[in-house]
Design a protein around this ligand. Structure first.
Ligand SMILES: Cc1cc2nc3c(=O)[nH]c(=O)nc-3n(C[C@H](O)[C@H](O)[C@H](O)COP(=O)(O)O)c2cc1C
Length: 405
């Protein structure tokens, strides 16, 4: 089993390291966390123990583990990651100091090392820190980030730790565990569309965009180049993903079709409106003593249908069916009618799952008749299951995947 020794130092971003460890463990890696004493002041070792599934080491002496744990961990590691990496640990690494378990392990290991620096921008800019990073780079240490943005100290600038998916991607890349989607370009749609009635009102739906964003984020982690076409959402764009924001079904159609060529797979997770007002009032519709208001609706374009009609051999198409009742029957019909390769069906009438939830329960239906009924799971996990299904079909759906443009 591939072993990642994961060092957590005393930076405020230590809480984000929990997510990195969780994701590495989720990928089947044996993650052994070493925390510095200062890091334990910011996040409890039990949190890392829970997400890694392994004991967490802190002390060099008087520790419950083996007497020479720094040596056993240094030898076991296929990769050592330090995230967040404080200015202090970078300085110690650069100068070969070994005064605690993490720095001693770092000096004793022959495994590749990846650091994710995180600190206040003045600390980052300081010539000492810059010098230390340069030394480490020259020595072959991999560095991910930092990024610019709002810092915990209230300042803006460079010094923010790279986001968890970027650290995971860098770690997997160093380990040679390129994802199943490596070399592929995929397109994902997310969120609901808004069909305008007048300049201030629209017909929308309850989609939050969480499923589509989870799909985009996980595709990126699996090595794909990802385009995400999203309806309005408050979710941030996943790191490393090109996100195109749209409002209406027609805008979504335009953006999706113009990017379709060269994509190995398209997953349409967006809740696209089926109908749109026949006319949009240029002025805000006034109550003005009216008895009522009748709105005429016309069908929106069938984006999935158009994709199916235009697909090149090898392109995998995935649709979603959010149904209320008779789930499997309706989903199988949609799969056949549209001609998609995979249909992910979920019953959105069940409280607690589906729209706006972090959880989902779905059945994955394949064109060849297979069905995979899944338990309730976080949307990220469902996204990974969907990409597994997609990667199983890539290159086998009527020929070769088209060359990327
Ligand atoms: C609340 C808090 C947040 C801190 N955040 C950072 C940080 O983001 N980056 C950093 O280099 N130091 C940060 N420090 C300072 C380090 O904790 C300090 O330099 C410490 O000696 C680092 O020890 P370690 O590298 O062994 O964990 C922070 C200190 C405190 C009290």
């Amino acid at each position: 089993m591939t072993c990642v020794v994961f060092g957590v130092t005393g930076g405020i971003a230590a809480y984000k390291a929990v997510e990195v460890v969780r994701r590495l463990a989720e990928r089947g890696l044996d993650v052994r966390v070493i925390m510095t004493e200062h890091a334990t002041r910011l996040v409890g070792p039990d949190t890392f123990r829970a997400v890694s599934g392994n004991p967490v080491s802190v002390r060099l002496f008087d520790a419950p583990g083996p007497a020479m744990e720094h040596i056993s961990l240094a030898r076991a590691a296929d990769l050592v990651v330090v995230a967040p990496a404080t200015a202090n640990i970078l300085a110690k690494m650069a100068h070969g100091l070994a005064d605690d378990l993490l720095s001693t392990t770092l000096l004793a290991t022959r495994a590749p090392v990846l650091v994710a620096p995180a600190m206040n921008r003045e600390m980052y800019r300081h010539p000492a820190t810059q010098d230390n990073l340069r030394k480490l780079r020259e020595r072959g240490v991999h560095v991910v980030g930092p990024e610019s943005g709002a810092l915990a100290c209230g300042e803006e600038g460079e010094g923010r730790m790279a986001e968890p998916p970027a650290i995971v991607e860098a770690a997997l890349h160093i380990l040679g565990l390129r994802g199943d989607l490596s070399g592929h370009r995929v397109l994902v749609t997310a969120g609901g569309t808004r069909e305008p009635l007048d300049p201030v009102r629209f017909i929308g739906n309850r989609s939050s965009g969480k499923m589509g964003h989870a799909l985009a984020e996980t595709a990126r982690e699996l090595g794909a180049e990802v385009v995400l076409v999203s309806g309005p959402t408050s979710l941030p764009a996943p790191p490393g993903v090109e996100r195109v924001m749209v409002e209406t079904a027609e805008e979504m159609r335009r953006e999706v079709l113009s990017r379709f060529a060269g994509c190995s797979a398209v997953v349409m997770a967006a809740a696209v409106a089926d109908f749109t007002p026949a006319r949009k009032s240029e002025e805000k519709i006034k109550r003005g003593g009216r008895e009522g208001l009748t709105v005429e609706l016309v069908p929106t374009p069938d984006i999935l249908g158009e994709l199916c009609a235009r697909r090149s051999p090898g392109q995998v198409l995935v649709g979603f069916a959010a149904e209320t009742g008779d789930l499997l029957e309706k989903a199988r019909k949609k799969l056949d009618d549209k001609g998609v390769d995979i249909l992910v069906a979920n019953d959105v009438s069940r409280p607690g799952f589906g729209f706006d939830s972090d959880l989902n329960q779905a059945v994955i239906l394949f064109r060849d008749g297979r069905e995979e009924e899944l338990d309730v799971m976080p949307k990220r996990e469902l996204a990974l299951r969907i990409w597994k299904a997609v990667s199983g079909l890539l290159g086998s759906v009527g020929g070769q995947v088209p060359a990327q443009t």
